[in-house]
Design a protein around this ligand. Structure first.
Ligand SMILES: C[S@@+](CC[C@H](N)C(=O)[O-])C[C@H]1O[C@@H](n2cnc3c(N)ncnc32)[C@H](O)[C@@H]1O
Length: 214
């Protein structure tokens, strides 16, 4: 299965090494993009002590709040202060991620090409996902969900399920805020099929390029 009908190739060459970048090992991991103050990340790490979660947040004060939540009881939670796009390119190996969470991403109403399934980066992210791994995208913006559904069908050709988030759910600070306002929150859980191909499947993490790819 190919996603080549998505022709705009993500340009991995222009990205610079994230500040204070530390490489990670090539072992299965979970990834949260835009983890905010880390409420979901902490709960996930506590509930899944056998899984390692890298929770990436680019806004300094939110990252600091997440770091404060981390305790000795969550050695499997790794808060990362970085842009998740650059960090992913430098750090991640092909097929490394078993679960990815993008919970209430910025809605980008005036810059829809920054929505995740509209971005060329999404193809790179798919290359880092293991076979049968899942990406969860949650949003309170119906248009964001509908547009993502259309892209998943037409561009990415990926199977997904759509859920309505129950009113009592409290996974993230934004989820709590939106549900308290009575807004409809929905999620798409996308599965990467076995044999799914991307144009980044053979690309190693960029921190290794000097020795391996250049
Ligand atoms: C609307 S907030 C949601 C935060 C959290 N997921 C929640 O639901 O409470 C979106 C978050 O994504 C972060 N973010 C957006 N783009 C990012 C990127 N490329 N890398 C890392 N964080 C990003 C923003 O800084 C912001 O904290």
């Amino acid at each position: 299965m190919l996603s080549h009908c998505f022709n705009r190739l993500f340009d991995i060459h222009q990205l610079h090494t994230p500040r204070d970048f530390v490489p990670i090992a090539n072992v299965p991991i979970c990834l949260e993009i835009g983890a905010g103050k880390g409420k979901h990340a902490l709960q996930f790490a506590q509930n899944n002590p056998d899984k390692m979660l890298y929770a990436v947040e680019r806004t300094a004060n939110k990252f600091e709040a997440m770091q404060k939540l981390k305790t000795d009881n969550t050695p499997n939670l790794f808060p990362i202060h970085a842009d998740a796009i650059a960090w992913s390119v430098f750090a991640l190996y092909p097929k490394q991620i078993t679960e990815c969470f993008i919970l209430y991403p910025n809605p980008e109403p005036h810059n829809k090409n920054q929505r995740f399934t509209n971005m060329p980066f999404f193809e790179f992210l798919l290359s880092r996902m293991a076979d049968n791994a899942t990406i969860t995208i949650a949003s309170n913006i119906d248009d964001y969900i509908k547009e993502s559904e259309k892209n998943l069908q037409k561009i990415w050709q990926l199977p997904f399920i759509k859920n309505t988030i129950p009113n009592h759910s409290q996974r993230t600070h934004f989820e709590i805020k939106y549900l308290a306002r009575g807004e409809l929150c929905q999620e798409l859980i996308i599965t990467k099929p076995t044999n799914y191909k991307t144009r980044f499947d053979d690309i190693l993490p960029k921190h290794l390029w000097d020795t391996a790819n250049d």
